[in-house]
Structures are given as C-alpha cells and as structure tokens.
Design a protein around this ligand. Structure first.
Ligand code: MN
Length: 246
C-alpha cells in the first residue's frame, strides 16, 4: 500500500493509463484539482477505491478563477478533500497576493461550514502567510502542507500547530528538502508526487514514483524502506480516521 497524497492525475494526457498503473500498484491517490469548474467532471471520470478527488482553487490561478468560488460553494458540502488551495508568494505570483488571501479565506470559511475535511495546502514563498491564514480554521480538519519549502522557524510553527507534511521526490532529492524532512515528526509525514508538474529522469512523475520518496525518507531515517512505508501508511490511516465516515 502506497500513498500519493498530492497529484494532478487529471492533467496527465493519458490519465486512464496512469490511474490504472496506480491502482495495479495499490497507490492511494489524492487527485487535487486546480479550479472549482474541474471538480465534478474529474470526480466522475477518475474517482475509484484508490483515487479520490479534491476540490480546489490553485493560488497561481486564484485571481483569474475567483469567479468560480460560487461553483466551489456548490460542491463543497459533498467533498471530503479540499485542494489544491493555499498561497504562492514567489516572484511570478506575489502581485496577486491580495486576491489569493481573499480566495483562501473564502475557501476555509466555506469548507469549514460543512464539517471536517482534509486540506492539501500549497505554501511556496508564503509559509508564514499560510500558517496565519489556516490557524483560525484548524478545527476544520487535518491540514497537510504539500511540498513545504519555508524556513526553519516557519517549519517549527507548522509542526507546533499540528500540520501534516506531504513530501515527494522533488523534496527528498534536494538538500533543502532533506533538511526539512529531518526535522519532521515521523507521525506527520505523507508521500506525494505533484505529478505531472514534477519530473523524474525527464519524465512527468506518476503516483508510483512515491516509492522514490519512501526510499529517500528511509535513508534519512537510517531505517529500512519497509519501516518508512509502514509509517506513512499508519499516518495515512490516522489522517483518514479524523474524517467523518462515508
Ligand atoms: Mn500541486
């Protein structure tokens, strides 16, 4: 049993083949969408025992897609997973930060009004801003910081708040990513790929590639891969146990 807690399965041109490969290898996938208008169709096309769909509005497109918040509100009651949502403070997107914050606050209020849900959160270049935004909404459900790249102070704050962290090969194979993973509590680590936006050996990363992250995590722990795999699986079950029964 493997876990890809943050991927964009719907954005692979050959998504049915990628889905089948994930299922054949028993990879449980959270397919996060980037715009509310993509949610219903993606759910219809892809949801299965192994593939679950998140409703989201990606911070990179928050400004241009804010008109879709009505669609978000329409579907959020029935959604168990929220993502991809968050803030992006990197140079290309910092100019839309005001709109991004308004969109994220809307999402957190709207989703929070409909019970406990799992959140997959983007925080590139805006870790402090994200933590400040989600803090009042922590009772809304487990918050998973995907591909966390903030500083050590921000990391400690996130850990103290009780955040989970999903880490992929892009993190486990980088020096800064390794430094973060070493500081994470073992019971808060999940695996992800963020494919197809990420690459491995020049190819878009597919859900099966979480095995690469597991191998690297095991190395960082000086533990066997079986231990990292079992720990991530236990963390995944604990995450799901916090959600209402279907
Ligand atoms: Mn993503």
């Amino acid at each position: 049993m493997l876990v890809d807690l943050h991927c964009h399965l719907d954005l692979f041109p050959n998504y049915l083949a990628v889905k089948k490969e994930a299922e054949d290898n028993k990879v449980y996938c959270l397919c996060v969408t980037t715009a509310p208008s993509a949610y219903a169709g993606t759910k219809q096309r892809l949801e299965s025992k192994y593939v679950k769909i998140g409703i989201g509005i990606h911070p990179e497109v928050a400004q241009e897609r804010q008109g879709e918040l009505g669609i978000f509100d329409q579907h959020v009651a029935g959604a168990r997973y929220i993502g991809e949502v968050g803030l992006d403070g990197s140079a290309r997107f910092a100019s839309s930060m005001t709109a991004q914050i308004a969109v994220l606050n809307h999402v957190l209020r709207s989703a929070g009004a409909h019970g406990v849900k799992l959140y997959s959160i983007h925080s590139r270049g805006a870790a402090s801003e994200v933590l400040t935004a989600i803090q009042p909404f922590f009772q809304n459900g487990p918050m998973v910081l995907h591909w966390f790249s903030g500083g050590v102070g921000e990391l400690r704050r996130a850990i103290d708040m009780g955040c989970y962290f999903s880490v992929g090969p892009s993190m486990t194979k980088s020096k800064s990513g390794k430094a973060i993973i070493k500081l994470l509590p073992k019971n808060k680590i999940l695996t992800e790929t963020d494919g197809p936006f990420t690459q491995l050996s020049g190819q878009p990363m597919r859900p099966v590639h979480v095995d690469q992250a597991l191998g690297d995590i095991a190395d960082l722990w000086a533990a066997p891969v079986s231990e990292a795999k079992a720990q991530v699986w236990e963390n995944f079950l604990h995450l799901l146990s916090q959600l209402p029964a279907i």
